[in-house]
Design a protein around this ligand. Structure first.
Ligand code: NAD
Length: 499
């Protein structure tokens, strides 16, 4: 059986493999590889390689950096099918969805390719007589990315291209559940001409993460994952003097008002709830529905949920694949059961879903639960499976109240034909990313991505303009070139902008 290792200083690294963990093909329920977990010593080697590479990489011209990013972009496009197969095999998502996540990552690469434009500074000539003030931004050093299982290609691509374009070097610690995409990306970086040591990968779990968070030579940490770990990463890395952005979990609500086009809303909610088996941080997991249309919407959701084609991700006709691990399947099925115990109505029950020829796969069928109350466990927990809760409300005011009371604030959406309702909604909800008749409002690469409340720790959203700011620090220069002795003599003992 293959042992999956690290990528350090421009090449694959044969690990000590003192500790390993299984990597599954979730559609078959089989272990397909063992993952070698990095020891603190191996993490130190990766950070050391990145530190050494920073000395030269931070001095490389903007033109050269941009051209390497363009090269990487070309390779990513050329190898999308291969990468999508790798993602689908270990994650389980359908191939078209795996290509979709690579496409969203590609957008960030394209944005980062414009780094000369993004790093242009500001200049104020004659801020005072004979004095010019200007600012520019410089890289931080070694940046670290710690990423979740659900987007093994896209989330690393939210981070590394921009960090590297800004002149930093990078160490990626991917999810231990689907680690191969990260090594494929490492090879593409090398083929694009990125110097050795600029992009590194260390595999593993808490041991590797802790070694990174506390390493003296790490300057910044980008994290995407669940809320408890995001909170921990932010606290620990901040305590060790790092700049941190830590994106956490979610419970995304979509409001359906009485004046919405119900067929359109049901179609969109079905895709947003069950796509990628609900394992998306921007999945819609709660429909908040106005009473007057709740029965009609639930009926439509149930019909559509039953029609979802649940098959292995490699099947071109599949809408949705398995979930990631046996433990994830067990947890999701337990939470579905808890809703029934708490008094909610199971309209479509996806427990015990079996796919012919893949009886050992980790499949859970689409599930629709009606009459869910905010105190139910199935509402409070991020289920991260193909499950949609329906919460019934009297109108927009109560819907906003439900959303604002929820501790998460990643994404939300509203389906309505009223501009006034949509405007009130977008202004009043305490959520970072909002869709108006758009179910999954993941911002394009030239805006930034981030939630509010327990969905983000740290002040910086990821990628886009906030990503550039996160991976750089500003310098402001105040300069004077006195032409005569007389000007030089005007040095003042008092602090003044008035001269
Ligand atoms: P996770 O928090 O379990 O793992 C994320 C990363 O943290 C992995 O690399 C993992 O190895 C590491 N990790 C896990 N436990 C750790 C510990 N105790 N100490 C240190 N490091 C640890 O998340 P996951 O299950 O891989 O991914 C799903 C979660 O990620 C969901 O909650 C989802 O909402 C969230 N997510 C959020 C966003 C976002 O943009 N906000 C995007 C994608 C996923």
């Amino acid at each position: 059986m293959t042992t999956i290792g690290h990528w350090i200083d421009g090449k694959p690294y044969s690990p000590a493999a003192e500790k390993t963990s299984p990597v599954y093909d979730p559609a078959r329920g089989e272990v397909v590889a063992q993952l070698a977990h990095a020891t603190p010593g191996e993490v130190d080697e990766a950070v050391g390689a990145a530190s050494r590479a920073f000395e030269d990489w931070s001095q490389v011209s903007l033109a050269k950096r941009s051209s390497i990013l363009f090269g990487f972009r070309e390779l990513l496009v050329a190898h999308t099918d291969e990468l999508a197969r790798i993602v689908s095999r270990e994650h389980g998502k359908v191939i078209s969805d795996a290509k979709g996540e690579i496409g969203r990552g590609l957008e960030v690469v394209e944005f980062a390719s414009g780094i000369p434009q993004l790093l242009k500074g500001e200049y104020s000539p004659q801020a005072a007589t004979g004095i010019d003030v200007y600012s520019f931004r410089q890289p931080l050093g070694v940046a670290v990315g710690i990423t979740p299982f659900n987007f093994p290609a896209m989330v690393p691509l939210w981070m590394a291209p921009l960090a590297i374009a800004c002149g930093n070097t990078f160490v990626l610690k991917p999810s231990e559940r689907d680690p191969s995409a990260s090594l494929f990306l490492a090879q593409l970086w090398a083929d694009a001409g990125l110097p050795d040591g600029v992009f590194n990968v260390v595999q593993g779990d808490k041991v590797a993460v802790d070694a990174l968070l506390t390493h003296d030579d790490v300057a910044a940490v980008s994290f995407v994952g669940s809320t408890p770990i995001a909170r921990y990463i932010h606290a620990t890395a901040t305590e060790h003097g790092k700049r941190v952005q830590a994106l956490g979990g979610a419970k995304n609500h979509a409001v359906v008002l009485g004046d919405a086009d119900l067929d359109n809303a049901a179609e969109n909610l079905t895709a947003a709830a069950f796509g990628a088996a609900g394992e998306r941080c921007m999945a819609i997991s709660v429909a908040v529905v106005e009473d007057s249309v709740a029965d009609a919407l639930v009926e439509r959701l149930a019909t559509k949920a039953r029609a979802v084609r649940v098959r292995p991700g490699s099947d071109p006709d599949a809408d949705m694949g398995p979930v990631i691990t046996p433990a994830a399947k067990e947890r999701i099925e337990r939470l579905i059961g808890s809703a029934e115990d708490d008094g909610a109505t199971l309209v479509v029950d996806g427990r015990g879903h079996v796919v012919d020829g893949h009886e050992d796969g980790f499949f859970v069928g689409p599930t629709v639960i009606d009459h869910v109350q905010p105190e139910h466990e199935a509402y409070r927990e991020e289920i991260f499976g193909p499950v949609i809760d329906v919460v019934r409300v009297t109108g927009l005011e109560e819907a906003v109240d439900v959303i604002n009371t929820n501790p998460y604030g990643n994404g939300t959406a509203i389906f309505t034909s009223s501009g006034e309702a949509a405007r009130t909604f977008q202004r009043d909800v305490t959520v970072g990313m909002i869709g108006i008749n758009v179910p999954i409002p993941v911002p394009v690469a030239y805006h930034s991505f981030g939630g509010w409340k327990d969905s983000l720790f740290g002040s910086s959203h990821i990628y886009g303009p906030e990503g550039v700011a996160f991976y750089t620090q500003a310098k402001v220069v105040t300069q004077r070139w006195p032409r005569t002795r007389e000007l030089a003599d005007r040095a003042s003992f008092h602090f003044s902008g008035d001269s």
